[in-house]
Write a protein that binds this ligand. Sequence first.
Ligand code: KG4
Ligand code: ZN
Length: 343
Amino acid sequence: MSTHPNSIIILAIESSCDDTSAAIIRDGEVLSNLIATQTVHQAYGGVVPELASRQHHQKIVPVIDEALRTSGVKKDQLSAIAFTQGPGLLGSLLVGCSFAKGMALSLDIPLIAVNHMEAHVLAHFVEDPKPNFPFLCLTVSGGHTQLVKVTNPLEMEVIGTTRDDAAGEAFDKIGKYLGLDYPAGPIIDKLARDGQAKYEFAKPRVDGLGFSFSGLKTSVLYFLRDKLKEDENFINDNLNDICASVQQTIVDILMDKLTKATKKTGITEVGIAGGVSANSALRKALSESAETHGWKTFVPAIQYCTDNAGMIAMAAYYKYENGDFVDQDVTPNPRLKIPTADS
Ligand code: KG4
Ligand code: ZN
């Protein structure tokens, strides 16, 4: 590839959970974003950490090769190597971290450690239109539910989070009760399209900007237990309506707190990120709120919502510009956090 000699070209690796991904970014523009999703976990109803790290080992070389090939970038053109430092599964993070270290060492280029949750937020800056600052982001994934106030790409804080399950976890666990495969979020989304949200489930009463989803889980479990006593085919015969009702409840809980957060902060540039932001009902609710409340809203393309290295590359690009590099003694941090408002 002919490229300007002063171009900043970064290879980013994401391996925090069950997707092995590699991306190339040149001067802030993502040139390739390859994602190998691991299907081995489906049979177990959740991610099996040991299997995840073994799969990362198998896939990391072909995925990086493909990311380089499709971007037309040669290894010796790279300015830095970036990787996900955390949060995530230790065994999975270790694969990406070790590989990145080895590659940076052999090419004698800097190494950049990226926080996966910050990267989910910065997925909004991969494509146009991009939010202005300050910006409020609701990050909803399988492991996290966070309201993040973003002052600039390198400065953000969590102003609200969940006290128990994450929004994606609620979709996945309730999906399991319904006999759906893992991850159930996208399946519930699809089935809900042909259903009516006619069942009511408990909504949490959590003060401030906090979330809770464990009460909803229990409420659905008791509801199903009672209905199945009367009719053993209740789930099969009403699956679309149950999915629509569960989805609507989760979306209502999320939108209620997002609205409160905009009122509290006065911020009207509002986005959603993370795997659950692929949900069609949440996307619709966000665009309706844009009209009602006069927000400017942002949703990344689906490939940048679920786990991907493109977002890691975006975060790495800002860090590169800021000279934010790490040494070879860096280690993965499964509990890496974005600072909270009161920490
Ligand atoms: O961000 P992500 O890919 O991985 C984590 O960092 O957790 O999010 C995965 C989560 C899973 O819980 C999955 O069920 C959920 O995102 N998800 C969805 C949809 N697509 C993915 N939930 C609801 N509707 C969807 N369309
Ligand atoms: Zn994620």
